[in-house]
Design a protein around this ligand. Structure first.
Ligand code: MN
Length: 203
């Protein structure tokens, strides 16, 4: 992830890097309007309200995530998780990782398809709301993590590379209760060039 993302100002909403209808038919404009403008923006607004006048007010989102708990952690982590989520999607996505990341995936999981299968399976079996993450340690070792609620690999000292949002708000408008279809179609708009770039932080 880029430093720009990590230092995202508390009160600033990070705009989508594409049009609301750009990910159709896999993610509808209606879903993105609700997901970005209501859910994500709601976390940012709530965080600003909770941190006003506190020691958190001047921290970056990542610093807050690392040093808070309770409602402040939940809203800060959700704000940051959504920036990571929206920024990894693109209408003309690069469908494969390359270079070091590709080699690390092949070594750790056997193939990209196997990694996607494992993450999809974890996403479909995660009970309730949460996130499934691909993350790396500072040596470049890869991990898949299933996290409830606002969970993030940052609290494990890991670098977030890619996330699947498995809160119902991420897919219910388009896919109703069929979470598996939502995740399988999400892979079509995940831009591995963004994930490659995030992995460079481990070099
Ligand atoms: Mn979400």
């Amino acid at each position: 992830m880029t430093m720009t993302t990590l230092a995202a100002s508390l009160v600033a909403i990070v705009e989508l890097p594409y049009a609301y209808d750009a990910l159709e038919p896999y993610v509808s404009a209606e879903t993105l309007h609700f997901h970005h403008d209501k859910h994500y923006a709601g976390y940012v607004a709530k965080l600003a309200e909770l941190t006003e006048g506190t020691r958190y007010a001047d921290m970056s989102l990542e610093e807050i995530v690392r040093s808070s708990d309770g409602a402040i952690f939940n809203n800060a982590a959700q704000a940051l998780n959504h920036v990571i989520y929206f920024e990894q999607l693109a209408p003309k996505a690069k469908h494969h990782p390359s270079g070091r990341l590709l080699r690390a995936i092949d070594e750790r999981f056997g193939s990209l398809d196997e990694l996607k299968k494992r993450m999809t399976n974890m996403a479909t079996t995660l009970f309730g709301s949460g996130w499934v993450w691909l993350a790396a340690d500072h040596d470049g070792e890869l991990y898949i993590l299933s996290k409830p609620n606002a969970g993030t690999p940052l609290t494990d000292g890991l670098i977030p590379l890619l996330c699947l949002d498995v809160w119902e708000h991420a897919y219910y408008i388009d896919y109703r209760n069929i979470r598996k279809d939502a995740i399988e179609n999400l892979w079509r708009v995940i831009d591995w060039s963004v994930v490659d770039e995030r992995y460079r932080a481990t070099e």
